[in-house]
Design a binder for this molecule. Structure first.
Ligand code: SF4
Length: 529
């Protein structure tokens, strides 16, 4: 009887398996015609390297259809490492044909090293998949062998700012900071490993909210792809940071500033303890466990906590080995964010879910609003910083660039207030060129000032300075900056830096607007640029 049941079960499983194989595009059950049509069109669009716009009513299994259509193409066209199959590489190789022979010959050994590295990584992931819980426990023991658990509070106390901490390093203009030019110390991405180009075909799935991204990951788990595909969800520090003191901060900008401050202190020559959860040599454990299973952002955060390893930088270090990367629109749409994370869209697949939100997302990614008070308040704070440290502490080109910055802040403030005073302001919109002429900033190299702000980390240094200095009436200078930033943990220079980035990267369609917003104290309106 038992034997008969076993045979029955076996044939039921086999039948189910056969049925599964029969379902088009590896759909987990028999698809409706609307789903099959969507998967077919999507598959062909990817195969033809085209752009497609698809519409499907709510509740028609859109996410599952997108997953099965795109992943079926991936399965049919890539090898077991996720690299385009050799016979499919012709189109890609064509693009390389204009490279000189010596360059192609040089690339070959590098490529085979990367292949070996990727093969080892995939073997490691297969090991983890056999028993993920056991593998995780084993790695936790290995990671912390001989190490004490990080104590965030102690580390924070040790990083207490001293004057040395908020002085910008010597700056050598186009060559960056002196610190940058020191090869031993150089580290452009202090938080995570350099991106490696393994040649993997990647699918970037973008959606508006994290719950949609999580739902996408849960749908992948329902399919047969879920067992061995390498996925990753990217998010902001708010979702992935595991440092208790940083997580307590309420705004994204405050968390970013605090985190960068901790990291910069580690990479500086003073070797302050930095963030105890961000150790590059331990990041690979996070990377392995993040890629071995399909996980949403909360699960990745929990993984970071279990391993005591930063999930924010851990996910970034895993990007180059992932096949599917889910992320909010804003990350993919911002060129600088993509570059910072080592994301390349070339020869890869991008899917925007609910794409009608893209215009709004682009707007909010590139829109910066700065009230008149913030322009002048920030100028005063930069001036205090400059005056206090000018005498003999600021070296190299720092003095030159800080003076230029003061000039920009003053000019923008004057421009804004003079336009706001005009009774009949018939032209509250300016092109970038008109704005630069009117403010007389057309002869100032804004790009270099922006580069200086990026490299010198002046925004964070200024924040440290403001928290340690007091005004004549005994108030911390950082308290004064809350008038404009809303928090003592946010550098007043952050939005100015974003404004300068928008000015220097805008296309010919970029515009500046005079805009009014209600004052925080409710007493009338304030002009903003
Ligand atoms: S390095 Fe990671 S854990 Fe540490 S503060 Fe930054 S985001 Fe948080």
């Amino acid at each position: 009887m038992a034997e008969h049941m076993a045979v029955e079960n076996m044939s039921a499983t086999k039948r189910q398996k056969l049925d599964e194989d029969e379902f088009a595009f590896n759909f987990p059950f028999r698809p409706y015609s609307i789903q099959e049509e969507l998967m077919k069109e999507l598959y062909e669009t990817i195969a033809d390297r085209k752009i497609g716009i698809f519409e499907s009513p709510t509740g028609t299994g859109k996410s599952l259809s997108l997953i099965c259509g795109a992943l079926s193409w991936l399965k049919d066209n890539t090898d077991n490492l996720g690299v385009l199959k050799e016979n499919k590489q012709e189109a890609v190789e064509e693009e390389k044909n204009d490279e000189p022979l010596w360059l192609r010959a040089y690339q070959t050994p590098v490529e085979s090293n990367q292949k070996r590295e990727l093969t080892q990584l995939c073997a490691k992931l297969d090991d983890i998949r056999v028993n993920p819980k056991h593998a995780r426990m084993k790695d936790i023991r290995l990671m912390h062998l001989g190490q004490t658990k990080p104590i965030a509070r102690k580390a924070t106390a040790e990083t207490k700012e001293s004057e040395e901490n908020y002085i910008v390093p010597e700056y050598e203009s186009d060559h960056g900071t002196k610190h940058d030019s020191d090869e031993e110390e150089q580290d452009d991405n202090p938080g995570f490993e350099e991106a490696v180009d393994y040649g993997i075909v990647q699918i970037f799935y973008c959606s508006r909210t994290h719950s949609q991204l999580s739902q996408f990951m849960h749908e992948i788990k329902k399919t047969k792809f879920g067992t061995n595909i390498r996925t990753l969800t990217l998010g902001a520090r708010k979702s992935l940071c595991i440092h208790p003191d940083v997580r307590k901060l309420t705004s994204d900008t405050a968390m970013n500033d605090k985190c960068l401050d901790l990291i910069q202190s580690t990479s500086s020559k003073k070797k302050a303890p930095g963030c105890p959860y961000n150790k590059k040599n331990l990041q690979r454990y996070f990377k392995h466990h993040a890629l071995a299973q399909v996980q949403d952002i909360e699960e990745l955060h929990d993984l970071g906590e279990q391993l005591s390893s930063c999930a924010y930088y851990g996910t970034r270090s895993a990007i180059s080995a992932a096949q599917i990367i889910a992320m909010p629109y804003s990350m993919l749409l911002s060129k600088s964010t993509r570059e910072l994370m080592g994301i390349s869209l070339k020869n890869n697949i991008v899917i925007f879910d609910e794409a009608h939100n893209i215009a709004d997302a682009v707007n909010s990614t590139y829109t910066v609003i700065i009230p008149s008070q913030q322009w002048i308040q920030t100028r005063r704070q930069v001036w205090s910083y400059f005056k206090r440290l000018y005498e003999n502490r600021l070296k190299g080109r720092n003095v030159y660039y800080i003076k230029q910055l003061l000039n920009v802040l003053q000019s923008c403030y004057k421009f804004l207030t003079s336009k706001a005073k005009l009774k009949d302001n018939t032209q509250p919109v300016w092109t970038i060129t008109d704005f630069l002429f009117e403010t007389k900033l057309d002869n100032v190299n804004l790009f270099k000032i922006y580069q200086y702000l990026e490299k010198s980390q002046l925004a964070q240094k200024l924040l440290g300075f403001l928290s340690s200095e007091y005004s004549e009436d005994g108030e911390r200078l950082s308290e004064q900056s809350t008038i404009t930033t809303g928090s003592t943990h946010v550098s007043p220079l952050r939005s100015i830096q974003a404004f300068m980035m928008a000015l220097t990267t805008a296309t010919k369609n970029g515009r500046l607007l005079l805009h009014y917003k209600d004052k925080d104290n409710g007493e009338g309106k304030e002009p903003c640029l």
